[in-house]
Design a binder for this molecule. Structure first.
Ligand SMILES: [Zn+2]
Ligand SMILES: [Zn+2]
Length: 385
Protein backbone atom coordinates (compact mmCIF):
# COMPACT_ATOMS: atom_id res chain seq x y z
CA UNK A 1 0.00 0.00 0.00
CA UNK A 2 1.47 3.39 -0.94
CA UNK A 3 2.66 5.66 1.85
CA UNK A 4 0.09 8.10 3.15
CA UNK A 5 -2.84 5.89 2.25
CA UNK A 6 -5.41 5.13 4.89
CA UNK A 7 -5.52 1.51 5.87
CA UNK A 8 -9.23 0.81 5.84
CA UNK A 9 -8.73 -2.80 6.91
CA UNK A 10 -6.80 -1.73 9.98
CA UNK A 11 -9.45 0.88 10.79
CA UNK A 12 -12.08 -1.83 10.95
CA UNK A 13 -9.68 -4.34 12.45
CA UNK A 14 -10.13 -7.02 9.81
CA UNK A 15 -7.83 -9.04 7.58
CA UNK A 16 -7.43 -8.05 3.95
CA UNK A 17 -9.08 -11.33 3.07
CA UNK A 18 -12.17 -10.63 5.19
CA UNK A 19 -15.51 -11.35 3.49
CA UNK A 20 -18.50 -9.02 3.33
CA UNK A 21 -20.08 -10.50 6.45
CA UNK A 22 -16.94 -10.13 8.50
CA UNK A 23 -16.57 -6.54 7.37
CA UNK A 24 -20.15 -5.75 8.28
CA UNK A 25 -19.77 -7.32 11.73
CA UNK A 26 -16.51 -5.47 12.34
CA UNK A 27 -18.10 -2.19 11.33
CA UNK A 28 -21.09 -2.63 13.64
CA UNK A 29 -18.80 -3.48 16.48
CA UNK A 30 -16.62 -0.42 15.88
CA UNK A 31 -19.55 1.90 15.34
CA UNK A 32 -21.08 0.87 18.67
CA UNK A 33 -17.75 1.16 20.41
CA UNK A 34 -17.36 4.72 19.18
CA UNK A 35 -20.91 5.78 19.92
CA UNK A 36 -20.66 9.00 21.92
CA UNK A 37 -23.04 7.67 24.56
CA UNK A 38 -20.49 5.01 25.30
CA UNK A 39 -17.27 6.58 24.22
CA UNK A 40 -16.36 9.88 25.83
CA UNK A 41 -12.93 10.09 24.16
CA UNK A 42 -12.37 13.42 22.41
CA UNK A 43 -11.31 11.72 19.20
CA UNK A 44 -14.34 9.41 19.10
CA UNK A 45 -16.12 11.59 16.58
CA UNK A 46 -13.15 11.60 14.21
CA UNK A 47 -12.58 7.88 14.57
CA UNK A 48 -16.25 7.29 13.97
CA UNK A 49 -15.97 9.18 10.68
CA UNK A 50 -12.94 7.11 9.72
CA UNK A 51 -14.71 3.88 10.45
CA UNK A 52 -17.61 4.98 8.29
CA UNK A 53 -15.26 5.99 5.51
CA UNK A 54 -13.59 2.58 5.70
CA UNK A 55 -16.90 0.79 5.68
CA UNK A 56 -18.24 2.84 2.82
CA UNK A 57 -15.37 1.63 0.68
CA UNK A 58 -14.94 -1.94 1.87
CA UNK A 59 -18.66 -2.76 1.79
CA UNK A 60 -18.88 -1.82 -1.89
CA UNK A 61 -17.29 -4.52 -4.10
CA UNK A 62 -16.36 -2.04 -6.84
CA UNK A 63 -14.83 0.47 -4.47
CA UNK A 64 -13.09 -2.26 -2.50
CA UNK A 65 -11.57 -3.71 -5.65
CA UNK A 66 -10.36 -0.30 -6.70
CA UNK A 67 -8.96 0.36 -3.24
CA UNK A 68 -7.17 -2.98 -3.17
CA UNK A 69 -5.50 -2.28 -6.49
CA UNK A 70 -4.77 1.41 -6.30
CA UNK A 71 -4.83 2.14 -2.59
CA UNK A 72 -7.55 4.70 -3.08
CA UNK A 73 -11.03 5.03 -4.34
CA UNK A 74 -11.99 7.22 -7.22
CA UNK A 75 -9.03 6.23 -9.30
CA UNK A 76 -6.08 8.22 -8.08
CA UNK A 77 -3.26 6.21 -6.69
CA UNK A 78 -1.75 8.42 -3.98
CA UNK A 79 1.75 9.41 -4.91
CA UNK A 80 1.21 8.18 -8.44
CA UNK A 81 1.89 10.16 -11.53
CA UNK A 82 -1.58 11.36 -12.19
CA UNK A 83 -2.63 9.75 -15.39
CA UNK A 84 -6.10 9.05 -16.56
CA UNK A 85 -7.87 8.72 -13.26
CA UNK A 86 -9.98 11.64 -12.17
CA UNK A 87 -10.14 11.93 -8.45
CA UNK A 88 -13.74 12.25 -7.49
CA UNK A 89 -14.72 14.76 -4.88
CA UNK A 90 -14.40 13.30 -1.43
CA UNK A 91 -17.74 14.85 -0.61
CA UNK A 92 -19.37 12.85 -3.38
CA UNK A 93 -17.79 9.75 -2.12
CA UNK A 94 -18.74 9.94 1.49
CA UNK A 95 -21.34 12.62 1.66
CA UNK A 96 -24.98 12.72 0.78
CA UNK A 97 -24.32 11.16 -2.57
CA UNK A 98 -23.38 7.80 -1.20
CA UNK A 99 -25.15 4.94 -2.90
CA UNK A 100 -27.54 2.65 -1.17
CA UNK A 101 -29.97 5.21 0.17
CA UNK A 102 -28.17 5.57 3.41
CA UNK A 103 -25.48 8.17 3.66
CA UNK A 104 -22.90 8.51 6.30
CA UNK A 105 -24.24 11.92 7.20
CA UNK A 106 -27.58 10.39 8.08
CA UNK A 107 -25.93 7.96 10.35
CA UNK A 108 -23.70 10.60 11.72
CA UNK A 109 -26.50 12.93 12.62
CA UNK A 110 -28.38 10.02 14.11
CA UNK A 111 -25.54 9.63 16.56
CA UNK A 112 -24.51 13.21 17.06
CA UNK A 113 -27.56 15.15 16.09
CA UNK A 114 -28.88 15.37 19.56
CA UNK A 115 -29.66 11.95 20.93
CA UNK A 116 -27.61 13.28 23.80
CA UNK A 117 -29.60 16.46 23.82
CA UNK A 118 -26.91 18.87 22.70
CA UNK A 119 -25.61 20.23 19.48
CA UNK A 120 -27.57 20.51 16.30
CA UNK A 121 -30.98 19.71 17.69
CA UNK A 122 -31.25 22.82 19.83
CA UNK A 123 -32.83 25.95 18.44
CA UNK A 124 -31.48 29.26 19.50
CA UNK A 125 -34.05 31.70 20.75
CA UNK A 126 -31.66 34.44 21.82
CA UNK A 127 -31.02 37.22 19.33
CA UNK A 128 -27.74 37.20 17.45
CA UNK A 129 -24.93 39.65 18.02
CA UNK A 130 -24.47 42.25 15.35
CA UNK A 131 -21.36 44.04 14.18
CA UNK A 132 -20.78 47.51 12.86
CA UNK A 133 -17.95 49.83 12.12
CA UNK A 134 -17.63 53.54 12.67
CA UNK A 135 -14.87 55.95 11.73
CA UNK A 136 -13.72 58.77 13.97
CA UNK A 137 -11.10 61.43 13.43
CA UNK A 138 -7.98 61.52 15.55
CA UNK A 139 -9.37 64.62 17.27
CA UNK A 140 -12.59 62.76 18.11
CA UNK A 141 -10.58 59.83 19.39
CA UNK A 142 -8.66 62.25 21.60
CA UNK A 143 -11.60 64.16 22.99
CA UNK A 144 -14.10 61.29 23.03
CA UNK A 145 -17.25 61.59 20.97
CA UNK A 146 -20.89 60.71 20.67
CA UNK A 147 -21.48 59.18 17.24
CA UNK A 148 -24.93 58.50 15.93
CA UNK A 149 -25.40 55.28 14.00
CA UNK A 150 -28.37 53.94 12.09
CA UNK A 151 -29.19 50.49 13.29
CA UNK A 152 -31.31 48.19 11.15
CA UNK A 153 -32.27 45.11 13.08
CA UNK A 154 -34.98 42.82 14.34
CA UNK A 155 -36.12 44.66 17.43
CA UNK A 156 -38.52 43.69 20.15
CA UNK A 157 -42.14 44.15 19.02
CA UNK A 158 -43.72 47.18 20.66
CA UNK A 159 -47.27 45.92 20.28
CA UNK A 160 -46.87 42.73 22.30
CA UNK A 161 -43.81 43.77 24.28
CA UNK A 162 -41.82 41.01 22.62
CA UNK A 163 -43.97 38.17 23.94
CA UNK A 164 -45.49 37.43 20.53
CA UNK A 165 -48.92 37.13 22.10
CA UNK A 166 -51.77 39.61 22.20
CA UNK A 167 -52.06 38.92 25.88
CA UNK A 168 -49.66 37.07 28.13
CA UNK A 169 -52.40 34.70 29.30
CA UNK A 170 -52.75 33.31 25.83
CA UNK A 171 -49.34 31.68 25.95
CA UNK A 172 -49.68 28.03 26.82
CA UNK A 173 -47.25 25.15 27.13
CA UNK A 174 -46.94 23.21 23.90
CA UNK A 175 -48.85 19.95 24.26
CA UNK A 176 -46.70 18.30 21.61
CA UNK A 177 -43.39 18.59 23.42
CA UNK A 178 -44.58 19.42 26.91
CA UNK A 179 -42.68 22.70 26.83
CA UNK A 180 -39.26 21.25 26.08
CA UNK A 181 -39.24 22.52 22.51
CA UNK A 182 -37.87 19.17 21.41
CA UNK A 183 -39.39 16.01 20.12
CA UNK A 184 -37.90 12.55 20.00
CA UNK A 185 -37.98 10.94 16.59
CA UNK A 186 -37.38 7.24 16.08
CA UNK A 187 -35.83 5.86 12.98
CA UNK A 188 -34.92 2.39 11.94
CA UNK A 189 -31.40 1.99 10.67
CA UNK A 190 -29.33 -1.10 10.09
CA UNK A 191 -27.79 -0.50 13.52
CA UNK A 192 -31.19 -0.83 15.11
CA UNK A 193 -33.69 1.81 16.13
CA UNK A 194 -32.10 5.21 16.51
CA UNK A 195 -33.55 7.96 18.65
CA UNK A 196 -33.05 11.48 17.44
CA UNK A 197 -34.08 14.66 19.14
CA UNK A 198 -35.49 17.18 16.70
CA UNK A 199 -36.91 20.66 17.24
CA UNK A 200 -40.65 20.60 17.90
CA UNK A 201 -42.42 21.86 14.80
CA UNK A 202 -45.67 22.69 16.50
CA UNK A 203 -44.18 25.39 18.74
CA UNK A 204 -41.14 26.30 16.64
CA UNK A 205 -38.94 24.82 19.38
CA UNK A 206 -39.99 27.49 21.87
CA UNK A 207 -41.96 25.15 24.08
CA UNK A 208 -44.94 27.47 24.03
CA UNK A 209 -47.88 27.94 21.80
CA UNK A 210 -49.52 31.27 21.34
CA UNK A 211 -53.23 30.88 20.93
CA UNK A 212 -53.66 34.47 19.93
CA UNK A 213 -50.48 35.62 18.23
CA UNK A 214 -49.61 39.28 17.86
CA UNK A 215 -50.44 40.44 14.37
CA UNK A 216 -47.63 42.95 14.26
CA UNK A 217 -44.87 40.36 14.63
CA UNK A 218 -46.79 37.20 13.69
CA UNK A 219 -46.08 35.80 17.08
CA UNK A 220 -42.29 36.01 16.88
CA UNK A 221 -42.02 38.91 19.27
CA UNK A 222 -39.76 40.86 16.97
CA UNK A 223 -40.11 43.18 14.03
CA UNK A 224 -37.71 44.79 11.56
CA UNK A 225 -36.79 48.17 12.87
CA UNK A 226 -34.57 51.13 12.16
CA UNK A 227 -33.19 52.95 15.09
CA UNK A 228 -30.79 55.84 15.61
CA UNK A 229 -28.38 54.97 18.34
CA UNK A 230 -25.82 57.19 19.95
CA UNK A 231 -22.50 55.46 20.55
CA UNK A 232 -20.22 56.87 23.19
CA UNK A 233 -16.63 56.71 21.99
CA UNK A 234 -14.34 57.05 25.01
CA UNK A 235 -11.43 59.47 24.85
CA UNK A 236 -8.21 57.77 23.86
CA UNK A 237 -9.77 54.90 21.92
CA UNK A 238 -7.40 53.16 19.55
CA UNK A 239 -7.95 52.09 15.99
CA UNK A 240 -9.68 48.71 15.89
CA UNK A 241 -11.00 48.71 19.44
CA UNK A 242 -14.54 47.50 19.97
CA UNK A 243 -17.39 48.92 21.95
CA UNK A 244 -20.05 46.46 23.05
CA UNK A 245 -23.59 47.76 23.32
CA UNK A 246 -25.41 45.18 25.36
CA UNK A 247 -28.83 44.28 24.06
CA UNK A 248 -28.52 46.30 20.87
CA UNK A 249 -28.14 43.23 18.68
CA UNK A 250 -31.02 41.26 17.26
CA UNK A 251 -33.99 40.87 19.60
CA UNK A 252 -34.64 37.36 20.87
CA UNK A 253 -37.61 35.29 19.78
CA UNK A 254 -40.62 35.85 22.01
CA UNK A 255 -38.81 37.86 24.58
CA UNK A 256 -35.59 35.80 24.77
CA UNK A 257 -32.44 37.78 25.44
CA UNK A 258 -31.30 40.14 22.71
CA UNK A 259 -27.83 39.93 21.23
CA UNK A 260 -25.22 42.65 21.56
CA UNK A 261 -23.99 45.19 19.07
CA UNK A 262 -20.25 45.24 18.58
CA UNK A 263 -19.01 48.52 17.20
CA UNK A 264 -15.50 48.49 15.84
CA UNK A 265 -13.97 51.95 15.93
CA UNK A 266 -11.60 52.91 13.16
CA UNK A 267 -9.50 55.97 13.84
CA UNK A 268 -8.73 57.80 10.61
CA UNK A 269 -5.17 58.78 9.82
CA UNK A 270 -4.56 62.43 10.60
CA UNK A 271 -2.97 64.75 8.09
CA UNK A 272 -0.48 66.23 10.53
CA UNK A 273 -0.22 63.94 13.49
CA UNK A 274 0.91 60.34 13.49
CA UNK A 275 -0.07 58.18 16.40
CA UNK A 276 2.06 55.54 18.06
CA UNK A 277 0.26 54.08 21.04
CA UNK A 278 -0.63 57.03 23.22
CA UNK A 279 2.13 59.20 21.78
CA UNK A 280 1.74 61.53 18.84
CA UNK A 281 4.37 62.61 16.37
CA UNK A 282 4.15 65.94 14.60
CA UNK A 283 6.29 68.01 12.30
CA UNK A 284 7.38 71.59 12.96
CA UNK A 285 8.79 73.66 10.13
CA UNK A 286 11.46 76.00 11.43
CA UNK A 287 13.30 78.63 9.40
CA UNK A 288 17.07 78.29 9.34
CA UNK A 289 17.53 81.58 11.16
CA UNK A 290 15.07 80.45 13.83
CA UNK A 291 16.96 77.22 14.23
CA UNK A 292 20.22 79.12 14.53
CA UNK A 293 18.95 81.84 16.82
CA UNK A 294 16.27 79.98 18.74
CA UNK A 295 12.57 80.82 18.61
CA UNK A 296 9.17 80.21 20.05
CA UNK A 297 6.82 78.60 17.54
CA UNK A 298 3.27 77.28 17.54
CA UNK A 299 2.68 73.59 16.96
CA UNK A 300 -0.76 72.14 16.44
CA UNK A 301 -1.62 69.38 18.84
CA UNK A 302 -4.61 67.10 18.97
CA UNK A 303 -6.50 68.90 21.72
CA UNK A 304 -4.71 72.23 21.95
CA UNK A 305 -2.16 74.46 20.28
CA UNK A 306 1.27 74.27 21.77
CA UNK A 307 3.96 76.88 22.13
CA UNK A 308 7.27 75.21 21.59
CA UNK A 309 10.62 76.68 22.48
CA UNK A 310 13.11 75.91 19.72
CA UNK A 311 16.54 76.27 21.30
CA UNK A 312 19.28 78.10 19.44
CA UNK A 313 21.34 75.64 17.43
CA UNK A 314 18.53 73.18 16.80
CA UNK A 315 19.37 70.74 14.02
CA UNK A 316 17.18 69.34 11.30
CA UNK A 317 15.52 66.16 12.59
CA UNK A 318 15.90 67.08 16.26
CA UNK A 319 12.91 66.13 18.37
CA UNK A 320 11.26 67.98 21.18
CA UNK A 321 9.06 66.00 23.54
CA UNK A 322 6.02 67.71 24.99
CA UNK A 323 4.98 65.60 27.92
CA UNK A 324 1.28 65.01 28.44
CA UNK A 325 0.28 66.52 25.11
CA UNK A 326 -0.40 63.26 23.29
CA UNK A 327 -3.50 61.05 23.31
CA UNK A 328 -5.48 60.50 26.49
CA UNK A 329 -5.03 57.01 27.87
CA UNK A 330 -8.32 55.20 27.48
CA UNK A 331 -9.89 54.27 30.82
CA UNK A 332 -6.90 55.69 32.61
CA UNK A 333 -5.71 59.10 33.65
CA UNK A 334 -2.99 61.04 31.95
CA UNK A 335 -1.95 61.42 28.36
CA UNK A 336 0.88 60.31 26.13
CA UNK A 337 3.45 62.72 24.75
CA UNK A 338 3.64 64.85 21.65
CA UNK A 339 6.96 64.43 19.93
CA UNK A 340 7.76 67.35 17.66
CA UNK A 341 10.15 66.60 14.81
CA UNK A 342 11.96 69.73 13.66
CA UNK A 343 12.25 70.28 9.93
CA UNK A 344 14.52 73.15 9.03
CA UNK A 345 13.31 74.95 5.96
CA UNK A 346 15.40 76.90 3.52
CA UNK A 347 13.82 79.67 1.45
CA UNK A 348 13.43 78.70 -2.17
CA UNK A 349 13.74 82.30 -3.34
CA UNK A 350 15.55 85.23 -1.84
CA UNK A 351 14.89 88.89 -2.35
CA UNK A 352 17.85 91.01 -3.38
CA UNK A 353 18.35 92.17 0.17
CA UNK A 354 17.97 88.69 1.66
CA UNK A 355 20.56 87.42 -0.80
CA UNK A 356 23.04 90.15 0.06
CA UNK A 357 22.63 89.45 3.74
CA UNK A 358 22.94 85.72 3.23
CA UNK A 359 26.08 86.23 1.17
CA UNK A 360 27.51 88.35 3.96
CA UNK A 361 26.62 85.65 6.42
CA UNK A 362 28.29 83.04 4.24
CA UNK A 363 31.40 85.18 4.05
CA UNK A 364 31.35 85.53 7.83
CA UNK A 365 31.14 81.75 8.16
CA UNK A 366 33.82 81.32 5.53
CA UNK A 367 31.50 79.13 3.49
CA UNK A 368 31.99 78.72 -0.23
CA UNK A 369 28.85 79.35 -2.23
CA UNK A 370 27.70 79.60 -5.81
CA UNK A 371 27.86 82.99 -7.38
CA UNK A 372 24.52 84.47 -8.02
CA UNK A 373 23.77 85.28 -11.65
CA UNK A 374 20.80 87.14 -13.02
CA UNK A 375 19.12 85.68 -16.10
CA UNK A 376 20.68 88.44 -18.19
CA UNK A 377 24.18 87.51 -16.99
CA UNK A 378 23.49 83.84 -17.75
CA UNK A 379 22.50 84.81 -21.30
CA UNK A 380 25.63 86.88 -21.75
CA UNK A 381 27.80 83.95 -20.50
CA UNK A 382 26.17 81.65 -22.97
CA UNK A 383 26.71 84.03 -25.88
CA UNK A 384 30.33 84.37 -24.85
CA UNK A 385 29.85 88.09 -24.56
ZN1 LIG B 1 -45.79 41.52 18.50
ZN1 LIG C 1 -43.59 22.03 21.09
Amino acid sequence: MPAGTKDYYAMLGVERTANADEIKKAFRHKARELHPDVNGAPDAEDRFKEVNEAYDVLSDPTKRDQYDRFGAVGGRAPGGQGGGYGYSDIGDLFGGGAAGGFSMEDLFSAFFGGATGGGRGGVRLEGRDMAMQIVVTLAEAASGAEKEIVLDRLASCDVCGGSGAVAESKVVTCPECGGTGQRVSQRKTFLGTMQTVVPCERCGATGHIIENPCEECQGTGRVPDRQHVSVHVPAGIRDGQQIRLQGFGEAGIRGAAAGDLLVTVRVAEDEYLHREGDDLHGLANVGFTQAALGAKIKVNGVLEDNEVEIPAGTQHGDTIRLRGRGMPRVNRTGRGDLIVHVAITVPKKLTKKQRELTEQLAAEFGEEHSEHKTPLQKLKDWLGA
